[in-house]
Structures are given as C-alpha cells and as structure tokens.
Design a protein around this ligand. Structure first.
Ligand code: ADP
Ligand code: MG
Length: 687
C-alpha cells in the first residue's frame, strides 16, 4: 500500500474508483442483451465437463425467463462443486448471444444469498500485491475512521461548481458527502457524469485539490519572502565586469534581452531570493543574459553556479563564458571553474579547491555541481539552464547548497532558463510561485528554417541533398532516434547510421557523438564540428539542448515520430543560428503495421507549420499531459490526480483567488487543508 502512496486513512479515502460495477440489480435472463455486462440469478440445470473442442466446464442455469450457459476453461473441483445441479447462483459477466443461446465465458459467480447491495461496487486501481477485495475492505474501513472536517472557511465564496445534477437539487457538496458518494454511488446516478468527472461530487474534489496546490504555492512564496538572500546591487563602476562584458560583446543586445536583464537585476538587488524563470525560444540568446546576471553577482563579491543538463552543453557554455569572461576575471585573480561527471580526479580536485576558496567566481557544470563534496565560499546566484530537463529534487539541491556552508548562510538567488515555454495553464498552477521573464524576439539576421516531413523510403534523396550542402561548405546534423527501452539500441543505431553515411559520402568527414563516449572524446568531436573540420555530425539526442554551431544549415532527424514536439523544436533549433538558409528534415518510417499513426502524422505536420515555441509547447501539453511535460517521472512526484487544467479552468481561477485570501484569514484551516491533500509532498512543490 505504501508503494501506491496509501499510508494514511485520508490517502485511502482519496484513492477513488476507476469505474464501477452495478451489482444492485438482477436482470431476467430473457432481457439480458448481447454485449452487456449483466448480473443474473438462476438455478443450475446441468454442470458437466466437456472435452471437445477443448476441456471446459459447462454449466447451464435457468431463472424461469430463460437459460444461460456458463463456460469455464480453467476451474477447480471446488468451483465445480459450488455449481452443482440444483444450486442457486448469482452470476455476473458479459452476455454473448451466440447461435446456441445466451452464454457467459468465465463470469464471476457466487451462491445467491443475502440482500443485493444498494450502491454501485467500486473498482479501484489495484496491483497484484494489492488485490481488489483487500483494497475495498481497507478503503471502506478508512472511510469510517477518517476525519473529514470541513476545511473550506464558511466565509469563502464557494467554488464555481456546475450543479446540473438532476436528482439532487442541493447546494455545494461537502467533502465527506462527495467521498462517500464517489466510493459507493447510488445506482440511479448518471454513469456518464461519474466517468467524465463532471458530477458535483467530482467537482468538489477537484476544487479542493486545486486549492491545496495553490495554497502550497502561496506558502512557498511567503516562506521565500522570509528568507534572506545577498543583496546583489548592480555596480556603477565603469570597470565592473558587467560593463566590461557589455563592451566586449560582438553584438548589441536585443530590446528583449535588455528588458529581461533589467528584470533580473531588479530581483538580484533585493534581500529576498529571486525565483525567476527566463523563457525564450531556441536561439533567442539566453546565455548572454545569464552571463550578465553572473557578472552582477561577481561584481557584488559573490559566486555564481551555472548548471546544465549535459556535458556537451557544459563544455560549450564553459568555452563561451571563458572566452567572454576569463580575460576580465584573470585581471582580478579570479577564474571560471568547471565540473562534470567524467572529469579526471586531479582536475576535479583542483576545481573544488578553487570553488571553496572563492577564486572560481563562476562555476559551470552538470549535476556534478550539486554533489555533496562541492563547497562554495559564497554562492550568491544559481542558474539552471534547460531547467525542464532537471527533476524537482535536483533543483531543490542546488538551492540548498549554501546550507552546507553553515546554518545562517543566505539563500542564493535562483534563475531558471528554458526554451520550452510554460503554457498559460501550467504557469497559473504548478508555476504560480515563479516569476517569469520572456525573451520574445530573436536576434536580427536569422533566416527562417524550412521544415519538411519526408518518408524514410526517400532517405537517398536526403543524403544527396546533404552532399550538396557539404559541397557548399555547410555543415549538417543527423540525429538518430531515441529508443526508450535501451541506450544500447540507441547506440547501435547511431553507429550503423554513421557507417552508412561514411560510405554514402566518400571524402566527407563524418563524426559520431553519443552519450557513452568518454567526456574528452565528446569534447574533441564537438570541437571538430565547431571548427568546421567535421562536416556531418551523426548523434544521439545528446545534442538536443543548447549546442550552437552557426554554420550548420541542415538538420535531419530520423524516426521523428518517436520524439516529443518540444524536443523536435529544440533539435531543429540547432540550425538556423546564422545567416545561411537552413532546413530541417523530419524522417519518419511507416512502422511495422505499414502506416504512420494518424496522431503521429498530425504531430509532425504541426512541426512543419509552426516555429513558435509557445504554440508547440501548448500542443505538446495537449498530447502528453502535464506530468510528462513537467518531468514528473524524474521527481517521482504525483501531479494533479483529479483536476484537469484545461477542463477545470474555472475551478483553477477560483482556487487562485481563494488561496492567498485563505492563508491570510484562515491560516490554521489552510494548514489543515494542505496537510490533508499533500501530506509530506508539500516540500517538493516548492522547487
Ligand atoms: P538560447 O536562447 O537558445 O540559449 P544562445 O544563448 O545559445 O540561445 O544564443 C544563440 C546565438 O545567438 C549565439 O550564437 C549567441 O552568441 C547569439 N546571440 C545572442 N544574442 C545576440 C544578439 N543580441 N545579437 C546577435 N547574436 C546574438
Ligand atoms: Mg541555451
């Protein structure tokens, strides 16, 4: 039960049925219709084992209106005895109306005795270790014990529940009524309303759930407002790192970059920790905004950590930041450090010393940055790039880093960056506790990317086109599919494609990149591609995020149907970063069944039609749901169980308005409400 998260009585009470079985009625056999699940009751006329066409127990029952044959292909002698001639049975199963009369195959049956239940029988999400019957008993017991006192304050405007329920013209359902009802609904209820969760009892639960979630977000915000963060006021000096970086950049910032930089600087100058998400489409230029924020922190005498999801991206950010900042930092006796998993021990130790002494003003790395052994002298700002790739636990760990440095070390400011924008509904719910800055403009001089959806059978044409590009001095990516079950397979695929392209493109330098390669080798291949020595880079999705090679003009994605939309958008964003006209080819294969699923085709078509990351994220959310979108699997944390952000927009609005009011006016009830709904999970919702 613990595995299903069923620890407290309230957890059991909130474990709601998947569906119901109607055992409240007996259907006369004559009226039992084919295809219908029916409960019938009758007397056994015959009970015999047949051997042809295969061994089976065949029982015939009669209720005076008609006969029904019951067939069992596996059975125990005890069951045979229970269905002996003359016994009266209550049988439940799907009616088949074959040529030989009515039949049920493997129906559930028991002796016909006792009263019929008056409520529908719940069917719970169960597991092999936790059988249905056991769960039913545990939940029924929990329901009798669990305190379900009202937590919604009497003076709170009620949630906008639509009361189109015919049979009970009453006001809002309370929690107790709602739960008792949903576990054991009366048979006259509309099953459609139960199934699509529009029944008032369902709506009440959803309202409560959304309120709990909004309350916890409000509380996280209030808690953070009480925390102390270093005041990182911008330096006015002309020789500040910030001013010097701006002066040395090879381009001028876009208006959007300047605006978000100001928003960030304003937060950094406050004594409360920043909690800001910087979103901007692929190629919008987030890195330089992050670098400028780092400069503000360093100018104020603090360290900055930049955490990214892959070693390749870490290497690239490191190279770029070193290029920008190292000469400036050097003059101050400071440096940029870097930390990744596959690093040599000696190098790593050297880095750790520099980080601990404060000599490393900026630390770039993968999640190696949040390991126990990493001690910062004065961490003032933590930046997480491609934040959607990290789990909640990792984000929390980075924020809690200074706690290692001592109890009263201040909290660092937190800046998260993403190219996968958060759709509005999610921004209002899961990210309600987050301030958002958006870069809504691309740097000038970009040429739009042309996207084509092409069948894998035309692979040769695509390779020929690639050869053309290479002849013109352009570079191309070839991304191999993601095969979820096995990294091994991924690898084999990339290796095979690499061999295929080497053969098809004689005299062309074709490189190979995948996640199993040692860090140094990865860096070398990436360097070669950046420097233009490698013309075609075959890779697994390790290049998905952030990689920046402006001369690359063609991106081929194999088995595009296996990728999520946002991921395709990220991959496509690897090209079109410079002046050359760029293209993205989405290769799809028909699959074993000989056709590409309609859904998959729609998705790929959407990619060809739009380049707007927001629109793509919205469709992705529609297709995959928020759990997937938020990377819930990584955090192991359950998302909303009952409410649906799209469908329950009105309830979400209500909860958003109610939460801050309730926290202020009824803090005790608010606490009870969160405890009931979220229990120990509240901590996770903060990150
Ligand atoms: P992303 O937002 O996807 O992380 P990057 O920060 O990698 O984008 O920037 C993409 C490219 O655009 C980089 O080569 C970067 O140097 C360049 N760039 C960033 N800002 C500007 C600008 N204002 N003008 C011209 N080029 C810019
Ligand atoms: Mg980036």
């Amino acid at each position: 039960m613990v595995r299903l998260g069923l620890v407290r009585d309230i957890d059991l009470a909130l474990h709601l049925p998947l569906r119901y079985e109607d055992e409240t009625r007996i259907v006369p056999i004559r009226n039992a219709r084919e295809g219908e699940v029916a409960q019938i009751e009758g007397t056994v006329l015959s009970c015999e084992v047949q051997l042809h066409p295969r061994r089976q127990l065949v029982v015939v029952i009669d209720d005076g209106t008609g006969r029904c044959e019951l067939r069992f292909f596996s059975f125990y002698p005890s069951q045979q005895k229970a269905m002996a001639v003359g016994e009266r049975l209550r049988v439940r199963g799907e009616v088949r109306g074959g040529f030989w009369g009515r039949q049920m195959v493997h129906p559930a049956f028991r002796k016909a005795e006792g009263l019929l239940p008056t409520a529908l029988t719940p069917v719970y999400p169960a597991s092999a270790q936790l059988p249905q019957a056991y769960l039913r008993r545990a939940i029924a017991t929990a329901l009798t014990r669990v305190p379900l006192d009202e937590t919604l304050p009497a003076d709170l405007p009620p949630p906008p529940v639509q009361l189109h329920h015919e049979s009970r013209p009453k006001g809002l359902w309370n929690l107790r009524e709602s739960l008792l009802f949903l576990h054991h609904p009366t048979p006259e209820v509309s099953l459609a309303q139960l199934e699509d969760r529009t029944h008032p009892a369902w709506q009440r639960l959803k309202a409560e759930e959304l309120l709990a979630q909004q309350l916890s977000q409000c509380m996280a915000r209030a808690q953070r407002a009480r925390l102390r963060a270093p005041v990182l006021a911008p330096s006015q000096a002309a020789d500040s790192l910030h001013a010097q970086l701006l002066a040395t950049l090879p381009f001028t910032l876009t208006a959007a970059q300047r605006r978000v930089s100001r928003e960030i600087a304003r937060d950094l100058a406050r004594a409360q920790p920043m909690h800001r998400l910087l979103q901007g489409d692929v190629g919008a230029g987030k890195t330089v905004v992050a670098a400028l924020a780092a400069c503000v922190a360093i100018d104020a005498g603090w360290q900055c950590a930049l955490m990214v999801p892959t070693e390749i991206l870490a290497g690239q950010h490191f190279a770029r930041l070193v290029q920008w900042l190292a000469p400036l930092l050097d003059a101050r006796g400071q440096c940029v450090a870097w930390l990744v998993g596959g690093q040599k021990k000696k190098e790593r130790e050297q880095m750790l010393v520099r980080i601990a002494s404060g000599e490393a003003a900026l630390v770039v790395g993968t999640h190696a940055v949040i390991q126990q052994t990493v001690r910062f002298a004065r961490l003032g700002l933590a930046i997480i790039d491609e934040q959607h790739r990290f789990g909640v636990a990792q984000r929390l760990a980075l924020r809690q880093k200074p706690a290692d440095a001592g109890e009263d070390a201040p909290e660092p400011h937190l800046l998260m960056m993403t190219a996968t924008p958060i759709p509005r509904t999610l921004a209002m719910s899961y990210y309600a506790d987050l301030d958002v800055s958006t870069i809504d403009e691309l740097p000038p001089g970009r040429t739009p990317i042309v996207t084509r959806v092409i069948a894998d059978s035309r692979r040769d044409e695509v390779i020929a086109r690639m050869a053309d590009q290479v002849r013109e001095g352009r570079q191309t990516y070839w991304v191999c599919p993601l095969i979820e079950e096995s990294e091994q397979l991924d690898l084999r695929n990339a290796t095979a494609t690499h061999a295929e392209l080497c053969e098809a493109l004689p005299g062309v330098a074709v490189g190979l990149l995948h996640s199993r390669m040692p860090a140094a080798e990865k860096q070398a291949v990436m360097q070669g591609f950046k420097a233009g020595q490698i013309a075609v880079l075959v890779s697994t999705t390790v290049i998905e995020v952030g990689v920046d090679v402006p001369n690359a003009s063609l991106m081929v994605i194999e088995h595009a149907e296996r990728f999520g939309l946002s991921q395709l958008h990220q991959l496509r964003g690897r090209v079109g970063r410079g002046a050359p006209a760029s293209a993205c080819v989405l290769l799809f294969s028909m699959g074993d069944s000989g056709h590409l699923g309609e859904n998959a085709r729609e998705r790929l078509k959407a990619m060809a039609q739009t380049h707007d990351g927001f629109e793509i994220a919205r469709r992705d959310l529609e297709i995959r749901g928020p759990g997937e979108f938020l990377g819930a699997r990584q955090s192991g944390d359950a998302m909303l169980r009952f409410a649906d952000l799209e469908m329950d927009g009105a309830l979400l609005q209500w909860a958003r308005a109610a939460a801050p009011w309730m926290l202020e006016r009824h803090p005790r009830l608010a606490g009870q409400h969160i405890e009931r709904w979220l229990g120990g999970r509240a901590q996770f919702l903060k990150a």
